[in-house]
Design a protein around this ligand. Structure first.
Ligand SMILES: O=c1[nH]c(=O)c2[nH]c(=O)[nH]c2[nH]1
Length: 307
């Protein structure tokens, strides 16, 4: 809600960023599970008097928001997805406080993965994986919902079936055309679910955790192609589009996908002295770089999607 004060348009929100919490659930059969979350909360509330009149009487203290994360984590009696926890928190803030008309809750989940020992899942042993599950929910007082999930730090590489040809050549261009290169990236993806109210989200426990794993698998599989022959990538742009399209085609409750895919270059190594070649590049020795990197991003949205 925008306000007018002293002849200026005024918008505000406040919250607590990066509240770290871990929650353990202990099954009577000995199997335990754990999640570790970094929770960021931002509240849209009627507390303009704090800005205009030094009156804090309508402020939900950000310290209270932090405490609420721990209270709500305690109240979760069974394992739940980051999405469901974010929705619960956002619902709490918008329903508990008269002043709060909307809440944004973002969560980044640490990838603790159950370890298998001698082929058996360990009851209480975990190791840290690489990519992170993210979510962002916006809940309004009316129950209106925007739900987005994602993955960050998903590092992918293939050693062949990638090229780049046919681009603009001019007096600034040095890059040779190629049909053979390493393709490496670190995917940041987010996808918007089409659920539009907190009452319409699937009630199945861990629904969004499963969806996260499934979407990630579709992205990875599309990037790599079939296990034996792979799939040729004519550009990061083309591969990105195929990945986004595959996710939308596969999951009807996803209305849009956004992908960021840096092109992490692996440069051919050619070394020579004045009179002889020391290392001649034969698609074998590369100099991996991450600076500078290509930055390629796009979003793909269903036509009928209400956003
Ligand atoms: O897949 C690519 N897309 C580009 O836009 C680009 N630009 C570049 O120099 N190399 C590449 N590779």
């Amino acid at each position: 809600m925008a306000n007018e004060n002293d002849g200026f348009k005024f918008e505000q929100r406040h919250g607590k960023a990066r509240v770290r919490v871990a929650r353990v659930w202990r099954n009577p059969d000995g199997r335990q599970s754990v999640v570790e979350w970094s929770v960021s909360i931002s509240l849209f509330s009627d507390c303009q008097n704090a800005y205009f009149r030094d009156d804090n009487s309508d402020i939900v203290a950000t310290d209270t928001m932090k405490n609420t994360v721990y209270v709500k984590a305690k109240e979760c009696k069974g394992q739940l997805s980051a999405e469901d926890f974010a929705i619960q928190l956002a619902k709490h803030f918008t329903s508990f406080y008269r002043q709060v008309y909307a809440a944004i809750v973002k969560i980044v989940e640490k990838p603790w993965e159950r370890v298998h020992v001698d082929g058996q899942p360990h009851n209480h042993g975990f190791k840290l994986g690489s990519e992170r599950h993210t979510t962002e929910v916006i809940v309004e007082k009316s129950g209106l919902l925007k739900l987005t999930s994602g993955v960050e730090g998903l590092a992918l590489l293939k050693t062949t079936k990638s090229g780049f040809e046919g681009f603009i050549r001019d007096k600034y261009t040095a890059l040779p055309e190629t049909q053979e290169r390493i393709l490496a990236t670190e995917v940041t993806a987010s996808w918007r679910y089409s659920y539009e109210s907190v009452s319409s989200i699937p009630q199945k426990p861990l629904y969004f955790t499963e969806r996260y794993l499934d979407v990630k698998k579709v992205l990875v599989d599309t990037f790599l192609g079939p296990p034996k022959e792979g799939v040729y990538s004519p550009s990061v742009q083309s591969t990105l589009y195929q990945m986004a399209k595959a996710a939308l085609n596969r999951f009807p409750d996803i209305s849009s996908v956004q992908l960021k895919m840096p092109n992490l270059h692996f440069l051919p190594v050619n070394l020579s002295s004045k009179d002889s070649s020391i290392v001649k590049f034969e698609d074998d020795v590369y100099l991996p770089t991450d600076e500078p990197h290509g930055s390629i991003e796009a979003s793909l949205t269903r036509f009928w999607a209400k956003l």
